[in-house]
Write a protein that binds this ligand. Sequence first.
Ligand code: NAP
Length: 430
Amino acid sequence: MEQSQHNSEKHYDLIILGASGFTGKYVIREALKFLNTPSSPLKTIALAGRNPAKLVESLKWASHPATPPSLPIIRADVSDPSSLRDLCTKTKLILNCIGPFRLYGEPVFSACVEAGCDYLDICGEPEFMEKMEAIYHEKAVEKGSLVVSACGFDSIPAELGLMFNSRQWVSPAAPNSVEAYLSLESDKRISRPKRPRPVIAGPPPSKGPMVEHQKAIGLWAVKLPSADSTVVRRTLSALTENPHGLPGVDENDGQIERRKNFWSTVKPAHFGVKIRSKSLLGIIRFIIFGLFLGLFGSTAFGRWLLLKYPSIFSLGWFRKQGPTEEEVRSASFKMWFIGHGYSGANLASQLGNRKPDTEIITRVMGPEVGYLTTPIILLQCAIVLLSGRGNLPKGGVLPPGIVFGPTDLQERLQQNGITFDIISKNVLSA
Ligand SMILES: NC(=O)c1ccc[n+]([C@@H]2O[C@H](COP(=O)([O-])OP(=O)(O)OC[C@H]3O[C@@H](n4cnc5c(N)ncnc54)[C@H](OP(=O)(O)O)[C@@H]3O)[C@@H](O)[C@H]2O)c1
């Protein structure tokens, strides 16, 4: 197979790019757990970034209290395309942790796609991801470069969490809407290609109140546009165009069967994301932060103020220096998926104002989102890719759900501390 011949000439299984960043050093720590362990495909890793001394410090931090392994350190700067091209010739896969992506992301995309190198990142910027798909998808298909953004807390819990909820609806039951409680957002508009819409049982759900008291899970919530909704929409749209999912570059019959079976159990639903809080006060705090972002984010001086005084404008949520290790360890997340739908296909097709008669609640739970959950997810995506490249599409700029949905990613995440639970299945009174 062309891809594997090509890959056998590569020096490294993966390169962590931007390994000196706050998230990058946690990604190193997670990668070291799987380096040269039995059954891990991860035999060789290199670290890359613009400051080799900082990369060495990050490796020390990530290895502590053990002696750091001697990993190759490669100088690479996003403003120097030849340094990025050089990385792509040396590795099967790049894990990109350099952000913000709208400022620094495109040169890395471009270098990977040109070289036919595989690429995963932890981007949470929906507008950037859609732009990269529009520019690089065709070329990535042609070159055999599999490029998947949002392989972190954005947006794998949302993607796999929605699929997990939708797979609990045993036919003829079908979900109509699934609301997840958590989010991130982008407010700028770009021109997007028209996408096919999935067929969903029943009418679109009403928009509902801006602030909601969700009794089922005892939380207050406010709706926000988020990377998760955009990424999920891209996956559902890819599924509508390819009802059996995307064929792998070198699948055997068993894998083809597994992929088709998996996608036949996923039922599309309207999907939205809300941020939740235990108290109304928490929600008001979030709204005020959102207002500051909207107000100041539109001017250069406003953005300077936000970056200079993040703690003041986020009412204590964000600080320049990032959280301490203790804070990271003590944090966790819960993402509830509340699905409303119909117990029978005939109920959904009666439409009119027919209300859903069934509710299924599921939950995804894990450790702190940015520095623990994100590296866990990124590394497990990398391991799935490296150990079964033939099961995945030859190339393309694709959302994570359509690529990793039928793989064992969910099981791997569960083995690494991210849980998927069914909370309840209820009949709703008319
Ligand atoms: N999806 C998620 O849930 C999730 C979670 C966590 C983080 N993220 C995203 O990941 C990104 C990184 O976050 P972070 O907190 O780790 O930020 P950070 O601490 O500021 O790290 C940024 C990294 O980018 C590198 N960099 C900046 N300019 C560069 C250039 N010209 N050439 C090469 N490298 C360059 C920095 O190198 P130096 O060390 O040399 O400055 C550093 O390694 C952000 O976009 C963030 O939003 C997403």
